[in-house]
Design a protein around this ligand. Structure first.
Ligand code: SF4
Ligand code: SF4
Length: 156
């Protein structure tokens, strides 16, 4: 008997972007764009590199990022998200970082969505996740009963 070979070029994933309110397009303050991404955006909209850079990107702490707008669900979202369908309106022109996200078989935000919908018994509920990053310093303090690890950070 010959050995059966199962071929599957599509890696299995455990999330469905079509059933998600687009956390990844909304909760990060920065969706970084490279020069190549801006060139792709310029081509997508039929404008010059400079026009695309000016119209669709902004400076965020020294990095070039996609512009954001007020959102119906989260505080803000990417200017290219369709706020009704929660889909990307420039799918073929989207930046590389959007193409590769989340880069693994599970999406943590989709897992939270599924977990909360199941816990609340409500398939329409959306957990309002917010994510920020802080520089954290780890120190070891000496106390009478021994050393203890403490974390210190500045609120932004
Ligand atoms: S947060 Fe995850 S599941 Fe939702 S749209 Fe982004 S990648 Fe897809
Ligand atoms: S370009 Fe599209 S996929 Fe990328 S953050 Fe914006 S809406 Fe989401």
């Amino acid at each position: 008997m010959s050995e059966r070979v199962i071929k599957d070029d599509q890696p299995r994933v455990y999330f469905d972007c079509n059933k998600c309110p687009a956390f990844c397009c909304s909760i990060y303050e920065r969706v970084v764009v490279t020069k190549r991404d801006i060139t792709r955006l310029a081509k997508h909209f039929g404008v010059s590199f400079e026009e695309a850079r000016e119209r669709y990107t902004a400076d965020f702490e020294g990095e070039r990022v996609l512009k954001r707008v007020k959102d119906k669900i989260f505080e803000k979202t990417c200017m290219f998200l369709d706020q009704k369908t929660r889909g990307c309106t420039i799918y073929h022109g989207r930046p590389a970082v959007c193409r590769s996200y989340p880069g693994r078989s599970r999406c943590a935000y989709y897992d939270v969505l599924r977990f909360e919908r199941s816990s609340q018994g409500d398939e329409s509920v959306i957990p309002l996740i917010k994510i920020t990053f802080h520089e954290v310093e780890e120190e070891t303090e000496e106390y009478a009963d021994g050393p203890e690890r403490v974390y210190e950070w500045d609120e932004k």
